[in-house]
Design a protein around this ligand. Structure first.
Ligand code: NDP
Length: 285
């Protein structure tokens, strides 16, 4: 039988670290198989997806700007992908193309690994404090769905474009409130978990300018930007001695379910894998 071949598809795709992650795991497990970058223009993305079976792919990852298109083209969706409206992982099962969104469990797995599974109690979000999500793009949507699945009942979302934040409250109007971007500082005293999902803080972008002094002492701060690894927001959290959760762990953990579906082994997010990607990020900055 031919070696299993999986892909990561995007446009552009040259910057993707996913081949490094999956290549590391293939070597670690001594598995035959490949994981390849594929650059596909949005105009021909549906043709690419329809050709997957004939071209012999076992599945792959989908990144910007194709996640919504992949959601429409998958034949079977997980309930989570259905709710998020975006697919980042495709695989064949019983002859049909399945789609899932692993950004949500990836974010939560990294939170569990960084803060310990008791973080809802430790940060106070289990008992009334809010999880405050900055940003209202695709990543924010996935993270909100993940936090809802985890049973959090008080979620606040703030975004520069207010109507996008309003739109996300439809996921669960009883548990998600939208606030104005300018109202973020006033909500920090009641926040147990602060999460940046905007592009602010990314290399080449403005920093996220937010004074973290009003956050409670039990609060934790997460950023999903991972270039640089230590964003100005995370540096500010550390300066206040608050736990700081970086964005790289989400990227590593979101890759796990795809690998196990395509290659039949469940890989681990190890310090060695992390060090390998950190070294690569450093050499390309
Ligand atoms: P989207 O394009 O869907 O959303 C971008 C978000 O950033 C919007 O909320 C947008 O606000 C906000 N934003 C951008 N520029 C500014 C600015 N100058 N001031 C205020 N807000 C700004 O992107 P995604 O949700 O897919 O991704 C967001 C970020 O998360 C990216 O940096 C991406 O690299 C990272 N990411 C990391 C992952 C990981 O595994 N670690 C996974 C997925 C994403 P507005 O609506 O007003 O434009």
């Amino acid at each position: 039988t031919p070696h299993p071949r999986a892909f990561v598809v995007g446009h552009p795709i040259a910057h993707s670290r996913s081949p490094l992650i999956h290549g590391h795991w293939l070597a670690e497990h001594g598995l035959p198989g490949t994981y390849e970058r594929v650059d596909v223009h949005p105009d021909i993305f549906p043709d690419f997806v329809r050709s997957l079976r004939a071209e012999g792919w076992v599945g792959g990852n989908v990144t910007i700007p194709h996640k919504e298109a992949a959601f429409r083209l998958a034949e079977v969706l997980t309930p989570r992908a259905e709710r998020i409206g975006a697919v980042n992982t495709l695989w064949f099962e019983d002859g049909r193309l399945h789609g899932d969104n692993t950004d949500a469990p990836g974010f939560l797995a990294h939170l569990d690994a960084s803060l310990g599974a008791g973080w809802p109690e430790a940060t106070g979000v289990a008992e009334g404090r809010a999880a405050l999500v900055l940003g209202a793009g695709g990543a924010a949507r996935a993270i909100l769905v993940g936090l809802l699945e985890r049973g959090l009942h008080r979620l606040i979302v703030a975004n520069r474009s207010a109507e996008r934040a309003e739109g996300l409250t439809a996921l669960d109007p009883a548990r998600i409130t939208a606030i104005a971007w300018d109202a973020v500082p006033a909500h920090l005293p009641e926040t147990g978990l602060l999460i940046n999902t905007t592009a602010l803080g990314m290399a080449g972008q403005d920093a996220l300018a937010l004074d973290l002094a009003p956050l409670p002492d039990q609060a934790a701060v997460a950023d999903i930007v991972y270039v640089p690894l230590e964003t100005p927001l995370l540096a500010a959290a550390r300066a206040r001695a608050l736990p700081a959760v970086d964005g790289l762990g989400m990227l590593l953990h979101q890759a796990v379910p795809g690998f196990s579906r395509w290659f039949g082994r469940t890989p681990a997010v190890t310090p060695a894998l992390r060090a390998r990607i950190v070294a690569d990020l450093g050499s390309h900055r």
